[in-house]
Design a protein around this ligand. Structure first.
Ligand code: XIL
Length: 612
């Protein structure tokens, strides 16, 4: 830059000189103005007098005094001078332009600086224009990096990829981690990023793998993704580089660099994060992601078997359950009068799209018409042997008709639903009051005879609560001992963003595993409320983050016990239609993996990322 200024200065000097030699009047006029202009341009004080002196000497050398008038006239030598000076001006202008262009466009190259690094004092690499974060450690500090467990970090001049400083990561001892950089709030799910850094071992020990890991998620559910690995040694710098695009808004996001194993000390330098357009992202399908673990299904209404929700169901789910279409009120509203319009629609939708079907539900205390419990005299049934026989006959007929109709198409049936209370006692439903446990025994026996291949489930709510869980265990153990064909325990899994704990879910799965029966998650959804009274006008984003964490944590348990669990069904498709918008009170809830716009929510991304 200094050279450029010198060239410009020479040009100004010569221009002034030419001007005063061209016209005496101009000379009178120009000098004070030139001086003022130079002052305005804040040129240094000694400069203006020096210029004036130079011009005066030139002026006197190239003019002579007219002896008659006393005026100053050009000497012949002066004309030659003017021509020479004009040529000089031209050459200076061209030279100045070249100097300026060279100093403006020739940044020092990274490679050459790397080679000279130890002796260089001013070297820096100009980051690409879309760079949003850099750490060059040239101020000698660790900048935005912190030490991971067991590690020590500090700025060092021991070696540098560029400049004089890098970050030294040492004394890792038994520590598993290296250096961390917090990225929370700096990356957006709407963009793509390139994360780059350079690494080198400090000593001349054996080469070892260094890796870059992005850690993301929510307080109780953090996911580590190793995004780049490189073989590093003590002689040359190696580059760790990764493309990364956050899948969703998260509470925790950081990147760390560390050896893939062992405790080698290393150097890190020139970390950059550049931003670019997000990569085209296809939404993965739950049915494929969990294919090796369990079927993933959704409960649907007949309306959801057409239109955009049907498209979403076809893409995402491998199994469907009718929300209401197979309940007793829908299929046999009057004695012996069966209506299968709605249930057929759902069965046809599923079979024509290669999906499995869970039948729900043959015997329940809700959504069962009153006529079922009315005796032949039109009176509510009392617990008499005649009424018991009549009730079991009606039930058997109902079960046989449904199960035979869909034999070979429905892979699993919820045979009886919600037969146990929260405190572990048997629910005093009209079924139980009139027929005792025989209604359960008969229901399974008749269903099995109607379709021996279908899996028959006893389905209940809140099976993570110890009382109901243990009562279910005892009941199924007794039924199995009697030879009742119970194939599976269905756990509804209507949960919320803080209950149950993953440990409670694991405990119930482990307990039922001892019975040797299949387990199915039959009605999973997750309220954003933890009580029956609160209500938000719109669901706060923080709760969707908490929901993502809870879904991730519970799914981690389901995956851990994948050998026990054959299917996981969500009670709905997307938040635009959920039974929780009216139960337990009318309120906005958002319990599913897809939003009201049918787009994947944080909870979706939380469970599909590295499902294990
Ligand atoms: C719910 C449906 O989702 C609602 O549309 C209907 O009005 C009531 O039943 N446990 C069950 C399901 O076993 O059958 C219930 O489904 C939700 C609770």
């Amino acid at each position: 830059m200094r050279r450029a200024w010198a060239a410009v200065w020479r040009f100004v000097e010569l221009w002034s000189w030419v001007a005063v030699h061209s016209c005496k009047e101009l000379w009178q006029w120009a000098v004070p103005r030139c001086a003022a202009a130079l002052r305005r341009a804040r040129l240094r004080a000694p400069f203006a007098p020096a210029l004036r002196e130079a011009i005066r000497l030139r002026f006197e050398a190239t003019t002579r005094e007219d002896p008659l008038t006393g005026a100053r006239l050009w000497s012949p030598r002066g004309r030659t001078h003017i021509f020479a000076m004009a040529t000089g001006v031209l050459i200076t202008v061209v030279a100045a332009a070249v100097v300026l262009a060279v100093s403006a466009f020739s940044g020092p190259s990274g490679d050459s600086l790397a080679a000279r690094a130890p002796s260089s004092t001013v070297a820096t690499v100009s980051p690409p224009p879309n760079t949003i974060l850099t750490s060059d450690f040239e101020d000698g500090s660790a900048q935005d990096w912190v030490a991971g467990a067991g590690a020590k970090i500090k700025g060092t001049t021991a070696a540098a990829h560029t400049g004089r400083h890098s970050l030294q990561v040492t004394r890792r001892g038994n520590g598993q981690q290296g250096a961390w950089h917090n990225l929370q709030g700096k990356l957006s799910p709407d963009a793509g990023y390139t994360l780059t850094t350079w690494v080198r071992l400090t000593g001349n020990g054996p080469a070892t793998s260094l890796r870059m890991t992005v850690s993301w998620g929510w307080a109780s559910a953090v996911q580590d993704d190793v995004v780049a690995t490189v073989e590093a040694n003590g002689a040359t710098w190696a580059r760790l580089e990764a493309q990364y695009s956050p899948v969703t808004a998260v509470d925790l996001l950081s990147v760390r660099v560390e050896p893939a194993g062992g405790a080698a000390d290393f150097l890190l330098d020139d970390f950059t994060v550049t931003q670019h357009a997000p990569p085209p992202r296809s939404v993965p399908a739950l049915r494929e992601i969990f294919a090796g673990s369990f079927d993933v299904g959704a409960a649907i209404s007949t309306q959801q078997a057409t239109g955009p929700e049907a498209d979403l169901v076809k893409r995402q789910f491998g199994s469907v359950t009718p929300t209401a279409a197979m309940k007793w009120t829908a299929t046999e509203p009057r004695p012996g009068e069966f209506t299968f319009g709605d249930s057929d629609k759902i069965v046809n939708f599923a079979t024509s799209n290669g999906m499995k079907i869970r039948g729900h539900t043959l015997v329940w205390h809700n959504q069962t018409p009153d006529w079922v419990f009315t005796d032949d005299n039109g009176q509510p049934m009392t617990p008499t042997p005649q009424n018991k026989a009549l009730l079991l006959a009606r039930m058997s007929d109902h079960i046989r008709t449904l199960v035979e109709r869909y034999r070979g198409k429905i892979t699993a049936w919820d045979v009886v639903n919600e037969v146990i209370n929260d405190d572990g006692t048997l629910r005093q439903s009209r079924w139980y009051q009139i027929a005792g446990l025989d209604y359960i025994r008969t229901a399974f026996t008749v269903a099995h005879a109607a379709d021996p291949a279908a899996k028959l489930c006893i389905n209940d709510v809140n099976l993570t609560g110890p009382s109901r869980r243990d009562a279910m265990y005892d009941l199924v153990a007794d039924l199995l001992a009697e030879g009742v064909p119970v194939d599976c325990i269905g756990s509804q899994t209507h949960v919320n963003i803080s209950v149950p704990s993953p440990a409670a879910l694991a405990a119930s799965i482990e307990k039922f595993a001892k019975l040797g029966v299949d387990q199915q998650i039959t009605e999973m959804d997750m309220s954003v409320y933890t009580d029956n009274t609160s209500s938000y006008p719109t669901v706060p984003p923080g709760l969707l983050a908490q929901q993502a964490a809870q879904y991730k944590a519970l799914f981690a348990v389901l995956l851990r016990y994948r050998d026990q669990i054959s299917s996981v069904t969500f009670w709905g498709v997307a938040d635009n239609q959920t039974w929780l918008s009216t139960y337990p009170i009318p309120r906005v809830d958002a319990p599913l993996l897809f939003g009201t716009d049918l787009a994947p929510k944080p909870a979706f991304w939380a469970i599909v990322a590295n499902p294990g």
